[in-house]
Design a protein around this ligand. Sequence first.
Ligand SMILES: NC(=O)c1ccc[n+]([C@@H]2O[C@H](COP(=O)([O-])OP(=O)(O)OC[C@H]3O[C@@H](n4cnc5c(N)ncnc54)[C@H](OP(=O)(O)O)[C@@H]3O)[C@@H](O)[C@H]2O)c1
Length: 249
Amino acid sequence: MTGLHLKDNTILITGGASGIGLELTKTLFRMGNTMIICGRSEEKLQQVKRELPQVHILQCDISDQNQRKALFSQVTNEHPGVNILVNNAVIVSYTRIQAGDYSAGLVNREMQTNFIGPVGLITLFLDQLKRQQNSAIINMTTGLIFAPHATMPGYCASKAALHSFTQSLRIQLKDTPVKVIEVMMTAVDTHFHDGGHVPDIAITTDKAVAAMVKGLLQSQEEIKIGRVRLLSILSRIAPHFALNQVNKL
Ligand SMILES: NC(=O)c1ccc[n+]([C@@H]2O[C@H](COP(=O)([O-])OP(=O)(O)OC[C@H]3O[C@@H](n4cnc5c(N)ncnc54)[C@H](OP(=O)(O)O)[C@@H]3O)[C@@H](O)[C@H]2O)c1
């Protein structure tokens, strides 16, 4: 795969108003790209707009099919050259299954945001991306696709599903100009951990995004950030050990 050019693109990042998405937005903007971000909170989006007026903001809940369709229409009408989709938005619940606080509704919300939402956006944007140069679908997953952390069962399952879908998508799109890239992120210090606790091994958003950009420029299809590379090897040669190590964190 030839490397992605990270200049003069038009890039849509879901969940771009905070955490890793915001850091990525700032970095790619500085590199000379047109940035569009979406999220549910208008307040968070407006905050980004005040800091970076050139970033285009759109309110959208990607777990809702109608809102995804509206997002697609608005983005492609206003930015007909959009060529990169970054599926970054996420929700996570830290749950104790035995305590009865894990419901089908909760699993459904996690699956809709973390799996169905990205898949829905990919299917909507696919023809658009196929017509562009230097086009890519970038799906954010996690090292926990190799070994789940038991405190976040729904989140880990939704990301494992996205990982599997991404592999199939890459094979199906191999004869198209669209690159399919998966970023397997390590623990990063963001609001993601608000319901649990920030692991000691967590890195900063700027380090996470610098590693991601390096991987994109090096044409990696699966970008394993930080300790994820080691975990991916460990999970192959000693899966039970890997699972235990992850759950000691
Ligand atoms: N942080 C980590 O340790 C870590 C580790 C591995 C992988 N990752 C991956 O990295 C990505 C970014 O994570 P993060 O740590 O930056 O998370 P974060 O700080 O919690 O940010 C998540 C973003 O997603 C948006 N969002 C949530 N639900 C949405 C929806 N239905 N529609 C649109 N936007 C929605 C949120 O904005 P609103 O609330 O305004 O919608 C927020 O901006 C995720 O894909 C995650 O799986 C993170």
